[in-house]
Design a protein around this ligand. Sequence first.
Ligand code: GLU
Length: 544
Amino acid sequence: MLPTEILDRLIPSSVTPVAEWEQRFPPRAMPAGAEVTRFAPSPTGFVHVGGILVALIAQSVAVSSDGVFILRVEDTDQSRYVEGAVEQLNRSLEYFGITPDERVGSGAYGPYAQSERAAIYDSFVRALLEQDSAYPCFCTSDELAALTGRQQAAKVPSGYWGSWATCRHLSDQDVAARLDAGAPFVIRFRAPYDGGTVRRVRFTDRVRGDIEMDDNRNDVVVRKTMGLPTYHLAHAVDDHLMRVTTVVRADEWLSSVPLHLQLFAALGFEAPAYGHIAPIVITDGKSKRKLSKRKDPQANVDWYAESGYPVEGILCYLQGLANARLQDQPWQQVLREPLRLEECSNSGQLLDLAKLASICREVIADLPVDQSADRLLAWARTYDPELAVQIGEDRQTLLRVLSIEATQPGRPRKDLATWGDFREKYGFLIPAAFTLVTDPADERFQPLEADLVKQMAATVAAGYKHDLDGQEWFEQVRAAALALGFAASVGEYKREPERFRGPLKEAANVVRVLLTGSTRSPDLYEASRVLGADEVLRRLTSLA
Ligand code: GLU
C-alpha cells in the first residue's frame, strides 16, 4: 500500500469522502420490482439509430416497472468533443419521443454530465488507491508500444497485466522519484490476478442468458493523465450513485463485463443487472455487418428525419426489431406495448428498409388527411422549402391531393412511405410544382412517334369537356384514340396490327404523361378533378 504522503500527491486528501457521496445519493425509495435504467451516449455529434433502439428498450423497461429512466451524457473523452452535440442529441431524443425522467438540469441524482462529476470520480479513485486496488503508472506511449511488441514476440496476450505490468511492481521510492521528476501518470486498476491460469467468470445477462468467459486480468486505466476518468471507472461510479439497477447497453460492452464486475466489487458496489443489445446489421454483398457510422447514411437518425419517415413508423419498426412478438401487429398497438429484455434477440437484427417503408405507408394512410397535411408541411419547411411554398399556398388543394384515390374516406392513399415521397408521387397535382411536358419526342411517350403524340394531344384538347362523370370523361379520350386509328384493345391490335396505329393504352398514355408527367400515376379522372378544367387544358396543350 502506498504511504499517505505519496497518495496525497496522486489525489489530494481534501477530496470529499466516499461516504458523503453515498449519503447524498441514497438508495431510491421505489416499489418492489421497479427498475432504474439509463441511456448513456457519448455526444459525438452523431446519433446512431442503434443507440435509439437501446434507449427505447431502456426507457420501456423503466416505464413498465414504474422505475426511473435516466439520460447521462458521457462526455469525458475530450478528444471526441463536438460543438453542439448535446443539443443534437436532445433534438433526436425529442424527435423519437424519448423522455428521460432525469437528465442534465433535472433530477436529484446529478450532475448528469460526466464532465461535471470529476470531483466524485476522484473520491472513488482515492478509495481504490487507499485499499491498494489501484496504482499510478508512468509508462509512456512508446513504452507501452514496446511492451506490446515484446508480448507479441513472447506469444502472450497483449495488455497491461501480471508481471508485464511494470508499474504494478514499482517500489514506493520509485513512485516518489518519478513524481519528483514531474512524470505524468495515469491511475490503473489493480486487477485481482496474480499470475497462473485465468479464472472463468459467470454471470447472467438478461438478453443473452448465462454467460461464462475468461476473467479480466488487465490493469486498465481508470483515471487519465489529465485527471478525467475512463468509461470503465466513470460508468461504475455513476451507475452506483445514480442507483441504476439495470444496465441496458450495446453488446460491444459484453466483453468488458468481467472487468466491470471486478470494479464494482473493488469499489464495494452491488453489481447491476445487464442486458446487452445486439447491433443493427446490414447486408453487404453476401455477408452481414454492423450498420456503420461512416459507410451507411441510415446509421444516422438524421437520415430518417430528412427522408421524412413518420416517427410512429420508425418507432414501430424499432420496437419490432427489439421484440419479435411485435412484428406484424398494427402500429398503434405496437406503440403501446412494453419491450422486454428477455425477448431481445442476441444476434444482429437486419435493417430492412422495405419493411420500414411498408409500416410507414400504413401510418401515413391511417393519419387523418388534415394531420398529414400539417406534418407534410412541417417536414417540407425544414427539408424542402420550395415544396413548402408550393403546397402551403392552397390548403384546399393540398387536402384534395392527399385524398386522391383514398381507400378510407378522409385518409391518404397507401403509397406514401415518407413525406419525401410526396413530391414524386403527388407533386404533379400542384400546378406550381409541375413541369409541363413540351417535347412530343419525349421518351415517356414511347413507342409513339412525335407526330402521333401531337395529334392525340390536339384531338383530346380540341373537344375537351371537363364536367363529366368518370366513364364519360374517359370515353372522350377513347373516342379521340379510335378516331386517330388506334385499336380499342390490345387483343384487337395484336390480331391485325397493320390496321391500327397502336393499342388504346398507348394513346391514353399521351394524356397521362401530359397531365401527370409520368407513365404511372393515380387514376387520371380523379387527378383531373383536383387539377380543374383550366389546368387540364393548359397541360393538354403544352406540347411545342
Ligand atoms: N458512453 C458509452 C457509449 O457511448 C455508454 C455505454 C453504456 O451505456 O454504458 O457507448
